[in-house]
Write a protein that binds this ligand. Structure first.
Ligand SMILES: Cc1cc2nc3c(=O)[nH]c(=O)nc-3n(C[C@H](O)[C@H](O)[C@H](O)COP(=O)(O)OP(=O)(O)OC[C@H]3O[C@@H](n4cnc5c(N)ncnc54)[C@H](O)[C@@H]3O)c2cc1C
Ligand code: SF4
Length: 408
């Protein structure tokens, strides 16, 4: 591993205008980090990574590197790019075990973080760095959001999230209230009543999008995001149809095959799947079959009836009448993205949502109600980990400025 990492590091040209960094949504200082590693300064390289991105270890594993840093590396034009993800993973996971710093000096002010996905964790860590007394309210029994309850263990080991909890939250004396869904027994107004100076909302998108077709309520039909939450509670059978072909659908398919399903086909409406090339190729390697240009029209006890669709070069789709065909399955999993649940907006006066139910917030995270900030999927819809973290860095700074009365 180390040899491989140094081989990769030694290939880096240390470009003056690093294209890799331009491709990275959180602007990781890639050539600087690689230089520190080559100079035998692993701890400094690790510190630089964590300063810039508290979820650097997670990002080194789950980011779409082929489209981001590695997809932009100049060496990729004629050959293989520098595999920075491998370098980042080695440095961040090695350095993480040395992070033993306790809490920062307190400034005596409380902030509340609702939701502990990538957005909430980032805000919590950054607000604690400013000295705030941070409490995280999480609806589930453990922290992590999609990192724990969506992305399967074979892609992102839960130990990575446990380590974040220990080193970044518990050691910094950040309080966590699990099993506490804000908007029910406790509302956002209760938080302000109790002295929190600002409230951050990073509740993500957990409402599965439905197809609204006949048969969707049958007992052998499930939603992908629900299945990934706890795959062991499902008995899918030998033959499974997955409706959808994005990254989440790939996670569903690959998990089901690991849990005993023998034949699994993902159905895509378009001829190009929405999943990243890596996820798609892993799924194919593991035996997932694909059907393209198929639109589900009805779910029966025996499977799913799909209709063919024609797709022109501009991506316009036309349904082919009379082409309906039953594709047999023991279970059907619908995985066509998620939308927000609106409990908090419904119970908080002045907190507005758009026509998709997403919280309205500007680029600095300010919502329509002063003192309430938001970022991540709850604002932008289903996106990526690194986008949630990058946005949250800006939002944490703005929350700090708001509380300290430093706004323009
Ligand atoms: C199956 C799947 C696979 C994915 N794979 C990748 C990937 O490989 N790479 C990538 O970059 N992105 C991936 N994504 C997207 C990425 O995980 C999300 O963009 C990211 O997690 C968004 O972070 P967030 O903090 O905004 O929300 P979330 O991660 O959704 O976290 C929100 C948290 O808020 C909590 N919550 C909700 N309502 C309340 C409430 N009322 N009170 C208290 N807590 C509440 C939830 O329980 C949850 O813990 C994937 C998404 C899915 C669904
Ligand atoms: S673009 Fe490639 S070669 Fe240039 S600094 Fe980035 S990783 Fe190194």
């Amino acid at each position: 591993m180390a040899l491989h990492v140094m081989n990769e590091a030694n290939r880096c040209l240390g470009c003056k205008v690093p294209q890799c960094q331009k491709g990275c949504p959180i602007k990781t200082p890639i050539p600087e980090v690689i230089k520190l590693l080559k100079d035998n300064k692993l701890d400094e390289a690790g510190r630089m990574l964590f300063e810039n991105n508290p979820l650097t270890t997670v990002c080194s594993i789950v980011c779409n590197h082929e489209k981001q840093c590695e997809g932009h590396c100049v060496l990729g034009i004629k050959g293989a790019p520098v595999h920075f993800s491998t370098i980042e993973n080695y440095i961040s996971s090695t350095y993480a075990s040395k992070m033993v710093q306790g809490p920062h000096p307190s400034n005596g002010k409380k902030v509340a973080i609702v939701g502990s996905g990538p957005a909430g964790i980032t805000i919590a860590i950054l607000m604690a760095r400013y000295g705030y007394d941070v409490t995280i309210f999480e609806g589930r029994d453990q922290i992590g959001g999609v990192l724990r309850y969506g992305i399967p263990e074979f892609r992102l080991p839960k130990s990575v999230i446990d380590d974040i909890q220990y080193r970044h939250l518990e050691m910094k004396k950040i309080k966590i209230r699990p099993n506490t869904r804000i908007g029910h027994a406790i509302t956002v107004d209760d938080l302000f009543r109790d002295g929190y100076k600002a409230v951050f909302i990073g509740t993500g998108v957990w409402q599965p999008n439905a197809l609204h077709i006949k048969g969707e309520s049958f007992g052998h039909v499930h939603f992908g995001i629900d299945y990934l939450n706890n795959p062991d509670s499902y008995k899918l059978g030998e033959k499974v149809v997955v409706i959808g072909a994005g990254n989440a659908a790939m996670d569903v398919a690959r998990t089901a095959l690991r849990k005993g399903t023998r034949e699994l086909t993902c159905f895509s409406l378009t001829k190009k799947v929405a999943a990243s090339d890596y996820e798609f190729s892993y799924a194919k390697l593991e035996g997932v079959e694909f059907e393209y240009n198929k639109k589900p029209v009805e779910i029966t006890d025996d499977g799913v009836i799909f209709k063919d669709v024609l797709e022109d070069e501009n991506g316009n789709l036309t349904e082919v009448e009379g082409s309906e065909k039953l594709y047999p399955a023991n279970s059907v999993i619908i995985s066509i993205s998620q939308g927000p649940r609106n409990t908090i907006a419904a119970t908080t006066e002045g907190l507005d949502t758009n026509n998709r139910g997403l919280l309205i917030a500007d680029e600095t995270g300010k919502t329509t109600r002063p003192g309430i900030f938001a970022s991540g999927d709850a604002v932008n819809g289903a996106r990526t980990v690194v986008e949630a973290v990058a946005h949250s860095k800006v939002v944490a700074e703005e929350m700090h400025r708001y509380i300290q009365g430093l706004e323009d």
